[in-house]
Design a protein around this ligand. Structure first.
Ligand SMILES: [Zn+2]
Length: 389
């Protein structure tokens, strides 16, 4: 922990004090106490870590958070200083008794209270949800900033996101895309990742942006620039899928390839309408290729005329059973987003609650034909989206 109470009851943060001031503590044998459990704590000075305190005897104090390490302390302090510099009223390591949680940073932002969690250690999905909801239950907006060691980048626009990490995605009602934040205390870089769509269950395609903390205002964490909803990188991913062969051992994938086989289909033959980027893919089981293929061939083609309810009923088994994403504050519906592509192109017409497919969704004879058409549809949808904006 970075702060403690001295004998006069004053809050002390040695990490932001001068070497001389700290020397004084040693001379006067000043004693320090934990702000939460009031037990005595020890001031720790060393060359490797920034000055901090640790409990002498108790490890069961809620203010004692184990396993976070040096990066966590450094990053937390840097974020604290960054907010202070911008004139915010911000407190470090605040224990919130009613919810029994300790926020790394707690600040006032307009009329809101915001808790910042700088999370370097891996925690479980249940823990993320519990802590997020804990803050929300007392009217505090939580913001999670992940340690850069949790960023598993797999290409210019690709991030590997396990189902646990997906629960850190933030989406405010004013944002079109869900976002993850990372901070590295060594480079002082904040990384934004704005998610466009998942390609497979864990492969996320989006836009990265790296900025020095000093160039950034706190309010930027909520703001989103113009992001291409159909990035060109998507076509590369689509081509990869078309040319891929089934991976043995993934049971959900095997079931999909079996379905393709039974329908005398191969990834290279699927219509270009299968596999379009959508927001909210995290709510769905399996990849975009799978549910969109089934929707096209098993529902749109067979049903032709359908209602919202019928579509929702068909899509239901494809949704995750648990849809607990308390940081997603926008109402996202990937099926609806997908349907909109068809409506935009008049392939499906819409009359109130009634929909009609105007032309059967076909298949291609060879991979050259499909790659060519993927590209054409990509350009067309991009143009249509732009004209709608
Ligand atoms: Zn304590």
């Amino acid at each position: 922990m970075l702060q403690a109470i001295n004998e006069q009851g004053k809050c002390i943060i040695p990490a932001i004090m001068s070497a001389n001031e700290i020397k004084q503590f040693k001379k006067t044998f000043e004693m320090f106490f934990c702000p939460v459990c009031k037990e005595q704590v020890r001031l720790r000075l060393g060359t490797k870590r920034i000055p901090h305190f640790s409990h002498i005897s108790r490890a069961d104090c809620p203010n004692h958070v184990g396993g976070e390490g040096i990066d966590h302390e450094q990053g937390k302090l840097q974020l604290f200083n960054w907010l202070k510099k911008q004139g915010y009223v911000v407190d470090l390591e605040v224990y919130l008794k009613p919810i029994k949680q300790r926020a790394d940073l707690l600040m006032n932002y307009g009329s809101r209270m915001v808790a910042i969690e700088y999370q370097c250690a891996k925690i479980t999905t249940q823990e993320i949800i519990k802590r997020t909801k804990g803050y929300q239950s007392v009217g505090i907006t939580p913001i999670w900033i992940l340690g850069s060691s949790q960023m598993n980048r797999q290409g210019k626009a690709i991030l590997k996101l396990t189902s646990t990490l997906q629960h850190y995605l933030h989406q405010y009602p004013s944002n079109d895309f869900a976002r993850l934040l990372f901070y590295c205390p060594h480079t002082h870089n904040i990384a934004f990742f704005d998610l466009v769509s998942f390609v497979t269950s864990y492969r996320a395609l989006g836009e990265f942006c790296f900025l020095k903390l000093s160039q950034l205002q706190f309010s930027h964490l909520f703001k989103q620039g113009v992001i291409d909803p159909i990035p060109n990188q998507w076509l590369i991913e689509k081509k990869k899928f078309r040319l891929s062969s089934p991976k043995i051992g993934y049971s959900s994938e095997q079931a999909f390839y079996q379905w393709l086989y039974l329908n005398q289909l191969h990834p290279s033959q699927l219509s270009s309408w299968v596999g379009l980027p959508v927001s909210g893919q995290w709510l769905i089981k399996g990849s975009v290729w799978e549910w969109q293929a089934r929707l096209c061939y098993d529902f749109f083609n067979k049903q032709v005329n359908f209602t919202d309810q019928e579509l929702a009923h068909f899509a239901k088994p494809y949704f995750q059973s648990s849809r607990d994403y308390p940081l997603i504050l926008k109402d996202v519906n990937p099926i609806r987003t997908y349907l909109n592509y068809f409506i935009m192109s008049d392939l499906i017409t819409c009359n109130g609650n009634y929909y009609k497919l105007t032309k059967q969704i076909g298949r291609y004879k060879c991979v050259e034909q499909s790659l060519y058409n993927d590209q054409r549809l990509h350009i067309k949808l991009k143009r249509d989206m732009r004209s709608q904006m």
